[in-house]
Ligand binder design. Structure first.
Ligand SMILES: Cc1cc2nc3c(=O)[nH]c(=O)nc-3n(C[C@H](O)[C@H](O)[C@H](O)COP(=O)(O)OP(=O)(O)OC[C@H]3O[C@@H](n4cnc5c(N)ncnc54)[C@H](O)[C@@H]3O)c2cc1C
Length: 313
């Protein structure tokens, strides 16, 4: 068993707490921020194609309506239309399937109501659980290597399928997979990291720029870091979009590629079996918090003061 303290010692080391948050709460904050700008927000509007010239960008939606602006940030997720138009690279289907559910405290086992992100690993599978909203709810996430050919996408899950992958794991962990009343099922994919996201007055952000597997639990965190970095890049370039998009890209490509590549490696380590599993256990057993922190410095040592590539301004 390995333990990484995420309380005061973590805060002292990295200047921030280690926190988890319900996805809906992130969405609401973003919506409130967008509404505060007083600008138009369109829902149910699908961007289909983009044109740009020296003075701006025009986006055409599914109804053929044109929307004109000075620049475009394509934060349109793993199946980004903007990325397809400028990069058009294929996804890499992992064959790893994730099931997720949120369980109310009343239904969650008392002996697992820990105020910590916890992970149980086994051959070809792992389980994660952590409290949300001060422990009112618990997020349950289970992952396994699928036996069948997978296609990238999200569907309704089945209890029977999850159960069939978690035979023979310890009962304390196994009780988690019997809890949820309904599951969502993600057949996951990522893409090879790319060195160019910015194309003139357009750029990519979040999963559109660097879709990753979930093993580092950093996809949304990276999207938020992208946004902060982009804001800084615009600030130091006096809102010159072309220059700012270039600086933003230079500041973000290596870090986010490291997340994508580390995610693949963590997937292998978590799901190790046979002798590889013994090696994994040796690596983590008895490791001091300081050594874990040192290994995570590159990840959690990020902040707004060091977010821009050197020679930025
Ligand atoms: C199983 C799983 C577990 C995860 N766990 C974690 C975790 O623990 N921690 C973490 O940080 N991240 C995690 N992630 C990753 C996280 O969900 C993503 O990285 C994050 O949602 C990316 O945000 P985004 O805004 O870039 O894209 P999205 O959240 O995908 O948002 C894209 C938006 O663009 C819209 N859109 C798409 N196409 C168009 C179009 N053509 N026109 C207009 N709008 C469009 C979509 O409707 C959507 O609203 C996980 C992901 C998965 C699948």
């Amino acid at each position: 068993m390995g333990k990484i303290p995420t309380g005061e010692a973590f805060r002292q080391r990295f200047g921030n707490p280690h926190a988890v948050i319900h996805r809906v709460d992130v969405h609401l904050s973003l919506l409130e921020g967008a509404q505060e700008t007083g600008r138009s927000n369109f829902t149910s509007t699908r961007m289909e194609r983009v044109e740009q010239d020296d003075t701006g960008v025009t986006v055409f939606d599914q109804k053929g309506q044109a929307h004109r602006g000075l620049a475009l940030i394509g934060a349109d997720g793993v199946k980004s239309v903007l990325r397809a138009q400028y990069v058009n690279d294929p996804p890499r289907i992992t064959g790893h399937v994730v099931y997720r559910a949120v369980v109310d405290r009343a239904d969650f086992p008392e002996n697992l109501q820990w105020n910590a992100a916890s992970i149980w690993v086994g051959p070809n599978c792992h389980l994660v659980h952590y409290p949300l909203r001060g422990g009112e709810q618990y997020n349950v996430v289970v992952t396994f290597n699928s036996r069948k050919q997978e296609e990238w996408g999200v569907t309704e899950g089945s209890k029977e399928e999850v159960q069939s992958y978690f035979q023979g794991i310890c009962p304390k962990a196994r009780q988690l997979i019997d809890l949820p009343k309904s599951w969502k099922r993600w057949a996951t994919a990522d893409r090879e990291p790319i060195g160019q996201w910015s194309f003139g007055r357009t750029t990519l952000l979040g999963d559109a720029a660097h879709p990753t597997t979930q093993y580092m639990a950093q996809g949304a965190c990276m999207a938020l870091e992208d946004a902060v970095t982009l804001g800084e890049a615009l600030r130091v370039n006096g809102n010159d979009f072309v220059k700012a998009f270039d600086l933003y890209q230079r500041s973000r490509v290596a870090r986010t590629a490291r997340i994508v590549l580390s995610g693949r490696e963590m997937g292998r380590i978590y799901h190790a079996k046979g002798v590889e599993r013994l090696v994994r256990n040796e690596l983590w057993k008895g490791r001091s918090p300081e050594r874990f922190y040192d290994a995570m410095e590159w990840l959690y040592g990020w902040n707004v003061k060091n977010c821009l590539a050197p020679g930025a301004a």
